[in-house]
Structures are given as C-alpha cells and as structure tokens.
Design a protein around this ligand. Sequence first.
Ligand SMILES: [Fe+2]
Ligand SMILES: [Fe+2]
Length: 269
Amino acid sequence: MNILFLGDIVGKPGRDVVTERLTALRTQLKLDLVIVNGENAAGGFGITRTIAEELFASGVDVITTGNHWADQKEILNYIEAEDRILRPVNYPKGTPGKGANLYQTPAGSVLVINAMGRVFMDALDDPFAGVDRELAACPLGEAADAIVVDIHAEATSEKMAMGHFCDSRASLVVGTHQHMPTADAQIFPGGTAFQCDAGACADYDSVIGMEKSEPLQRFTRKISSQRFTPATGPATLCGVFVQTGAGGFATRIEPVRLGGRLRQAMPQV
Ligand SMILES: [Fe+2]
Ligand SMILES: [Fe+2]
C-alpha cells in the first residue's frame, strides 16, 4: 500500500499547496491513502467544516489534528458526524470526536491513530497507554492492513520513544506539531517506519509558518503586540511517503517536499 502523510497545514498558503498539488501526487505516487494534519489550516488556528470539505474534495482522505484541534468552535459539532477528522486520542473521556478510526481503501484497511505528547505541552492522559489500547483493539496484519500513528508532540525524545513503542505494531509513526521536517526517516528493526516530524505545509520564510515579525518581537522584547498570522508566501508541501508490504510492515519511507523555499524531495514510484 502507498500512503502519503502531510504535516500541519498552516493557513491559506498551506491549503493552496495541498489543493493545487494533490491530484497529480495521487497519480504520480500511486497513492492508496492521503492523511494530512489540519490543526492549523484555518488562519493558523484550528480547522472549519468548509476547509475540511475543501481538503477532502482535493483528495485528502483523513485529517488528523493536535493541540489546536478545537480552536474553531464549530468543529465540536462537526467532528461528531465526520469520521474522517480525528483529534488526539488522549483527551479526557467525553471529549467530542474520536482519536482513532479504521478506514477502508481499495487496497485494504488502514487504522489511523492521532495522539498528543505531554512534554512541554498541556497535561493530558498518557499517550502511550492510549495508543496501546488502539493497537491492541485492531492489530496490524489481522484487523488492519496498515496502521499510521500521528504523534503530535514538541519533544523529539517523546516522539522517538513512541516510534519504538509501536515498532512491529504499526506501519508508520510520524511526528507533527514542530512544523519542521526532520532528516531521520528510517524503518525500525520491527518494521515500523518513522520520522520525528513530517514538517509543515507552510511558507518557510516565517517562524514555524507564522509571519515572522510578531514572533521576533515576542522573543526579543517579551511584549506581544498582535495575534500570530500565517506567513503569506508560497508554501512547501512537506510530508512522508510510505510503502507497506507483507504483514503491513513498512518497506520504504521517503520525505516529500514540494514547492516553496525548501530543497525539493520526491520519491520515484
Ligand atoms: Fe501545528
Ligand atoms: Fe500543534
């Protein structure tokens, strides 16, 4: 199975690069499933129904999120009825929406799990226990033909630990939230592909996708003068391409970077 996972879509430039490029990418990479992290799609903060529908129409199959998942309040109702959007699995009991779901594709079934780290982030339930429960309920190679875990976290240590925790039980563990593609794509000994951060679909002449003047002001003067807004230059589409083989294990992981300022990377399929 061929799966594309794209990191946090930041604002309109991020949405534009995804909607403009995805149709061609689906053909070029022979994709069976496309997952994007959409937590910053609406002006940098959360996601709306209109934006989610625009992403689905452009070829996105599943949207994961993170700490910004509920910034736009309309999502609280929408997520209850829309199985294709996930929020982190380790939010308290009773939180609207779900943190994992099994999706059917013509090539097989894919379990997608969204979890959020706790290091340098808000306190939440244990993400390892939450992911463990979902993996146990739907084992790789038995109940799911592939399994993808989006670990939305600040610390590379916590993400890498999650990768090893899931090794041999997931096809891919990929990080989001840092908004910066890392150079550590690899397949762990048990057959789980891993990259610490997928990178953002964002303008990289910015501070993690946001217009750079306000973050600079806050870092240098410790005074905030306005809200963060997404940088408006051309975005780089960033993510990972994963191929799975027997048992649902990864046979290949490669970074994808397309458009904008970053060095381009495109797997040959
Ligand atoms: Fe983000
Ligand atoms: Fe985040």
